[in-house]
Design a binder for this molecule. Structure first.
Ligand code: NAD
Length: 653
């Protein structure tokens, strides 16, 4: 069946693309478009054309099955030039998403009209690329150059309203899109066909100083990624050297980036994120329908999980120890939702409705109708046993029961539950209403239905759900513990905390390990270490520096002193007192300190991650190396454009 159809009605041609699911610019669409345009130009009766898509969306990207294959003509840049050269005006009628090559096609049209819910964007930088079919040259000739830069370097799509404001659209469709496009066509029939964007002047070109500022700001945000800066150079080439030279430059940069390690890494993680939760054993297993979610504990995590569940449309009940704790939990959820309200993400009406969907109680009987319950109480086995005992008594027989424990053995938690096959782990990351990652932990007895329900819940919450088995720390915390140990060894062997952090930031982490510990607070891990001290293997190397800091009342950022000293603005400064403590410890242990370069520091960290990752794989805790990369990128700040520790350290052919 052809993916492009041409119909004619009252002198208007309708070019309809039907290439589900995203109407990608596959070869059949590209050649179909050229054929349709040839026919339109050759038919005198046709006075204008409307390019519209069937299904859920306008053209929302390229055909991934063509990735890595030699391009088959007509290639997209030529199709868009052909569009521009059409002698009759072509109107892009956009619904859903016009993304990447889809927006570039729309830019090749003479007019653009969109449904009010449509989103338009050039997300190529997310794959380490820049637009490759004229987007960097045409967009700044339609919208102000700074808006084009923002869209292309951030990769974030804009709403139809914003697109209309900046000039990307000629109109927003009210009512049925095809009818609105038809009406719009009538208004332009007698006008001259507009000049193609390629032949227009750029809109509001920045001054030299502004260009410099933009480049500096983009470089800072890009944190080592090449594509956003390449996008700026392409946009600038198109303006300074003219559109034709610009197009050639854009193509050259596109090909260079496509073959780069960064783009390969970003494409790896893009696909890994989309496949990590697809488990063959859950295929065809129907999840339980979910309406009411229970959350036990309204502390940091519980309130975040409750917020995320409300935003996903569920009724939520928080169970707490007493009325004051109930009020606290409710207030924290309210604070999170107020944040969304202030940022314009939800309306006042939605805010009110969400707060009305939240109940708190001290009585587990309130969970009689809950379909899924997440426990987020203190990290203490006795407390967890008590909670799961009550859940077993009060919840429906098929309610899925999940623990958010960070380190406790969930199989042990489950051991005293009635009906253990419905108990699983759902390990959220803080702040739980914002962080995308969720480790879905398979307990020994969990059945497929409970797991399928958990993945369905994760999807509704907009999380990236990574399946994993039960072990100390699951995937992410276990790898972090492993590399933290090696960072501590490096302190005694010759590095200083700020040097290790600087190496990590230079590599692309948003912050280093020690700054991160300061931010989280040092006392919780201190308490854990004290608790585990009697069980520690005396032969194992132990670094006590973190304990010393706590003994000196240095608990991290919140009290102004930790691995760093914090100034009145909360900015971290390396502290000579900590350096002296570190050096004295090496002396005490008789270790001759040596210098570490940034490359050596990162080599130690990556090797530690790789080794622990290999152990996790050999124990069957993670389903594959991809899962480990997804966890480290989405939960632990590993730079996305490096593809994750397993991808980066994999042996290349
Ligand atoms: P928190 O101390 O902020 O909150 C715990 C809440 O549980 C408190 O409000 C407390 O009143 C309530 N609570 C305690 N016993 C209860 C009971 N028997 N019934 C009802 N409520 C009870 O702790 P948190 O940081 O939210 O951590 C909760 C759990 O989530 C822990 O298992 C922790 O390991 C895990 N976790 C924490 C993080 C994090 O970054 N904080 C991340 C992932 C997982």
């Amino acid at each position: 069946m052809s993916t492009v159809r041409l119909t004619i009605e009252n002198a208007i041609a309708f070019i309809t693309i039907n290439n589900p699911p995203i109407n990608a610019t596959s070869h059949s669409v590209r050649s179909g478009l050229v054929d349709a345009l040839d026919q339109i130009d050759g038919t005198d009766d046709i006075r204008a054309a409307i390019l519209i898509c069937e299904g859920k969306t306008f053209i929302a990207g390229a055909d991934v099955s063509e990735f890595g294959q030699p391009p088959k003509p007509p290639i997209l840049p030529d199709v868009i030039k052909r569009l521009e050269a059409t002698t009759k005006p072509v109107i892009a009628a956009i619904h859903g998403h016009a993304l990447g090559g889809g927006l570039e096609v729309a830019l090749g049209c003479h007019y653009r009209i969109a449904d009010s819910k449509a989103k338009l964007g050039l997300p190529e930088v997310n794959l380490g690329l820049i637009p490759g079919a004229g987007g960097t040259i045409r967009l700044p000739r339609l919208v102000p150059v700074t808006e084009a830069i923002s869209m292309i370097t951030s990769g974030k799509p804009v709403s139809a309203t914003k697109a209309n404001e900046i000039g990307l659209l000629d109109a927003i469709a009210h009512g049925v899109l095809i009818d609105a496009a038809g009406d719009f066509a009538q208004t332009i029939l007698d006008r001259e066909v507009p000049k193609p964007l390629l032949r227009r002047d750029p809109v509001s070109v920045p001054s030299t100083d502004e260009w410099d500022d933009i480049t500096v700001a983009t470089k800072k945000k890009a944190r080592g990624q090449a594509a956003p800066l390449a996008a700026i150079s392409a946009i600038r080439a198109g303006i300074d050297e003219g559109p034709d030279a610009g197009l050639a430059f854009e193509r050259e940069k596109f090909i260079e980036l496509r073959d780069s390690d960064q783009s390969k890494a970003l494409r790896h993680i893009f696909f890994a994120e989309r496949s990590v939760a697809k488990l063959p054993e859950l295929k065809g297993v129907a999840p339980n329908p979910l309406h009411q979610i229970g959350v036990i504990g309204g502390g940091i995590m519980g309130a975040g999980i409750a917020t995320a569940s409300l935003l996903a449309g569920y009724d939520v009940t928080i169970i707490e120890r007493d009325d004051a704790a109930c009020a606290n939990g409710r207030a924290t959820v309210e604070k999170h939702l107020s944040g969304s309200l202030k940022r314009g993400l939800i309306s006042q009406d939605r805010f009110d409705a969400l707060m009305a969907s939240l109940t708190t109680s001290t009585d587990y009987a309130a969970l009689a109708n809950a379909d899924l319950v997440v426990e987020a109480v203190f990290e203490d086995m006795a407390v967890k046993h008590d909670v799961f005992g009550k859940l077993s008594l009060h919840c429906k027989a098929d309610a899925v029961l999940a623990s958010n424990t960070s380190y406790l053995d969930i199989n042990e938690i489950v051991s005293r539950c009635i009906n253990p096959k419905r108990v699983i782990g759902l390990h959220f990351f803080s702040p739980a209403h914002i962080m995308k990652l969720l480790e879905v932990v398979r307990t020994d007895k969990a059945d497929a239905k409970s797991l399928a329900t958990a993945f369905d819940f994760a999807r509704a919450l907009g999380k990236i759900a990574v399946p994993c088995g039960v072990c100390d720390g699951f995937i992410g915390n276990r790898i972090m513990s492993a590399y933290r140990k090696h960072c501590e060894y490096m302190l005694e062997d010759g590095a200083l905390p700020h040097q290790i952090d600087a190496a990590m930031v230079e590599f692309g982490f948003p912050m280093g390990l020690f700054a991160m510990q300061d931010m989280a607070g040092l006392e919780i891990s201190w308490a854990t270490r004290k608790r585990l001290a009697p069980f520690r293997d005396p032969a194992e190397r132990y670094v006590a520096l973190g304990d010393y800091l706590c003994e000196m009342d240095r608990f991290g950022k919140k009290n102004g002193l930790g691995w760093y000293r914090y100034d009145e603005n909360g900015k971290a400064q390396p502290d000579p007192e900590v350096d002296a403590l570190v050096i004295a410890e090496s002396e005490k242990k008789g270790i001759t300190r040596r210098d570490f370069t940034s490359a050596e520091i990162m080599d130690v960290i990556l090797t530690a991650m790789r080794n622990e990752g290999d152990k996790i794989l050999s124990e069957g805790i993670a389903n594959g190396a991809d899962a480990i990369d997804v966890v480290m990128i989405n939960g632990y700040g590993f730079p996305r454009h490096k593809g994750g520790p397993m991808f980066m350290t994999a042996k290349k052919d």
